[in-house]
Design a binder for this molecule. Structure first.
Ligand code: WT7
Length: 656
């Protein structure tokens, strides 16, 4: 350890004793929100307060009813109101005279730079919208998007929004098979994809992989890497279509509840859930939260969200929030450690980033890589930092604050979900103190509570189930073509008006701050990526040599959780070879995506089952984490656990 390292270590140890960080005075003085009056006002009339916030958007016709709660849980916001998301993100800014403002400073993996202004984005989106129309896409049709972090992904999304065609973006890390499944579930008419994608200096063929799984689906293909892309009659190159497309495409006037997008996320079964978001309410909340949680001053700030557009964070805080607010953003194509481990900080310096938003797992990776990669760059313009995706351990929170934020930037921990559409629990940095590890309080207009199994609020200090007791504008409206599963998953645990989050939580006595502890269902969180144990199990079991499998999430110091798969093989042998381990991992990569590959595969001659044959994952979690085993008396064969314990001990010895 160098002297610098050990003095940082000592400083972090010291700061670990600090329970709360008050807002810096200079920050509060200049902040959009500097006291708690907004929370108070919103608390008295939440619905009226949201209506006030919706005025920040451009509506072509005003709404008649702010909240229609006549048929819970099918809530509607701003009914009768009409608007267009693409118009709100582009046209109105150009009309207001800020067309020359940079919307994105884009940086390619190979170092290319492109500055895209609002006027340019506006022009591209109009032509792309005409391309979609020319290809037969109509209002209400679902359009699939499977693209890397290139400007075209934003153009494609806004083009869909412009003509009222809900987009279904699939994260580039998913395999083509996963994309095919999601296209089928959402009945997509067309897929916008790319010839190839770059990852850490290598090129992966994307169009070719898509063709292997989606024979009939017409594709619009972006030429990006130049790698060979098989093109059939049904397919077309985007650049060719753009050349001949009309330049003008007025934004479709849409109902506030018109579907804006569907985004698939993992639930507790193997079938992903199509989260459906609509227009007016979603846009109201993403715009408000982006502006006020991050204290955005659109004419002077530079925003950098390190997420991928393929996740909800990218939808809400790379595309819709920042663009609705007329912000300037940094967008990076590559991985955080490519071409070097300081690339994010290089980009912050280069483009003068003032606000930075990332995930705890990324912060922990940066901690491991070492402060030198951060300190090489001038980050003095940064003034606020945010995190999202999983609970943040206090040490990482403090490292972020000290090393990236130079000890002067407030850090906001934002809790929300794909389903909530936008941030729900956090602190407003100019008005509220921060506590490392705690997300803070519900935002103005949001009612969160910690309940017991019966739906009664538990006392502060007691762990319970996080719930949302009042509808919010950005909420999901349903699961795509599956109203029953929507009600069953989110509004049946307590009652039809209380949203069941699926997270465990506890509140502090003194200030009511929420600590979000983790999932209570079979959803696991690896590096901020949400996965379903059932989905991985089904991928593992589809390997011809596998008879049975149980997947669990194991706590992991770097990635939050990691995937462990207990596998029973076909035939007599309990144990498989090392080659088979790799084969199964590759098999999962092909079915779902590389990020879903199990870290560990543990051969299990048998799995712990109840007499009725249900696998007891709780026991597997207990042995994997080295905990005392809970009640094993309900097991059909209690000896199974002793055998597995032996295996785990062996494995741990090998890993050590
Ligand atoms: C789940 C939602 C929201 C965009 C990224 C993830 C966990 C999210 C936090 C946080 C503790 C968090 C929860 C939640 N989570 N943010 N600040 N503190 N946990 O979206 O994939 O829909 O996952 O991520 O468990 O339920 P998602």
């Amino acid at each position: 350890m160098t002297t610098a390292d050990s003095s940082l270590e000592a400083r972090l140890e010291e700061l670990l004793q600090v329970e709360r960080f008050d807002p810096p005075e200079e920050f509060t003085a200049a902040a959009l929100i500097g006291d708690m009056s907004v929370h108070e006002r919103a608390g008295q009339d939440p619905v009226g307060w949201w209506a006030e916030q919706a005025q920040a958007l451009h509506w072509s016709s005003p709404w008649e009813t702010v909240l229609d709660d006549s048929n819970p849980p099918f809530y509607k916001w701003f009914t009768g109101g009409r608007l267009n998301a693409s118009h709100n993100c582009l046209d109105r800014h150009v009309e207001a005279g800020i067309g020359d403002r940079v919307a994105f400073h884009w940086r390619g993996e190979e170092g290319e730079e492109r500055d895209i202004t609002y006027a340019e984005l506006h022009a591209d989106v109009q032509r792309f919208a005409n391309v979609l129309k020319d290809r037969g896409v109509q209002k209400g049709d679902v359009v699939g998007i499977y693209l890397p972090m290139i400007p075209e992904v934003v153009v494609a999304m806004l083009a869909c929004a412009r003509i009222g065609a809900p987009h279904n973006v699939v994260f580039g890390g998913f395999s083509a098979e996963s994309v095919a499944e999601r296209m089928e579930f959402s009945d997509a008419k067309l897929l916008v994809t790319v010839d190839g994608a770059r990852r850490k200096g290598k090129t992966a063929p994307i169009k070719a992989a898509v063709d292997d799984c989606m024979r009939a689906l017409p594709c619009i293909v972006v030429r990006h890497t130049g790698i060979d892309a098989p093109m059939a009659e049904k397919d077309a190159w985007l650049h060719e279509l753009m050349e001949t497309a009309d330049t003008e495409c007025p934004a479709e006037d849409l109902d506030s509840e018109h579907p804006l997008f569907v985004l698939y996320t993992s639930g507790s079964t193997a079938k992903p859930k199509g989260i459906l978001h609509t227009t007016g309410g979603y846009l109201t909340q993403v715009a408000w939260t982006h502006r006020y949680v991050f204290d955005l001053k659109p004419d002077s700030d530079v925003w950098f969200c390190s997420a991928d557009v393929g996740w909800i964070t990218g939808h809400s805080y790379i595309v819709y929030g920042p663009l609705a607010n007329g912000a300037t953003s940094v967008m990076y194509e590559g991985a955080p450690d490519h071409p070097h481990r300081g690339i994010w900080w290089e980009l912050c310096e280069r483009y003068g980033a003032t606000l930075f938003y990332t995930a705890p797992t990324a912060i922990r990776a940066c901690m491991k890589w070492g402060v030198e990669h951060v300190e090489k760059h001038d980050l003095s313009k940064l003034r606020l930092l945010g995190t999202v995706g999983e609970p943040i351990n206090p040490k990482a929170w403090l490292w972020y604050r000290e090393v990236v934020g130079g000890g002067r930037c407030p850090v906001v921990d934002t809790w929300w979900q794909t389903e909530t559409g936008a941030i729900m629990i956090t602190t407003l940095a100019g008005a509220q103190h921060a506590k490392p590890g705690s997300a803070g309080t519900p935002l103005p207009g949001v009612d969160a509570a910690v309940l017991d199994e019966e739906g009664n609020e538990v006392g502060n200090g007691t762990q319970g189930l996080l719930a949302l007791r009042r509808p919010w504008p950005g909420m999901l409206r349903t699961l795509f073509r599956d109203d029953d599963r929507f009600v069953e998953t989110y509004f049946s645990k307590f009652n039809r008006e209380t949203y069941f989050v699926g997270d465990a939580s506890r509140r502090d006595d003194d200030d009511g701050y929420f600590w979000v502890i983790g999932r209570v269902d079979d959803v696991i969180n690896v590096s901020g990526h949400r996965l379903s144990t059932a989905e991985i199990e089904s991928a593992v079991v589809s390997h011809s040599q596998v008879a049975e499998c149980a997947v669990i999430g194991q706590s992991d110091a770097d990635t939050g959780q990691s995937i462990a798969a207990f596998v029973t093989l076909e035939g007599e042998e309990d144990d498989g070879s090392d080659e088979l381990v790799e084969e199964i991992r590759d098999h999962v990569a092909a079915r779902i995506g590389k990020f879903a590959r199990p870290r560990r595969i543990i051969w299990a001659g048998d799995l712990p089952k109840t007499r009725s044959g249900k696998i007891m994952r709780r026991l597997l979690r207990d042995i994997a984490e080295g905990r005392e085993l809970g009640d094993v008396t309900t097991l059909r064969d209690p000896d199974v656990m002793a055998k597995l314990e032996g295996k785990i001990a062996e494995r741990q010895a090998e890993e050590a």
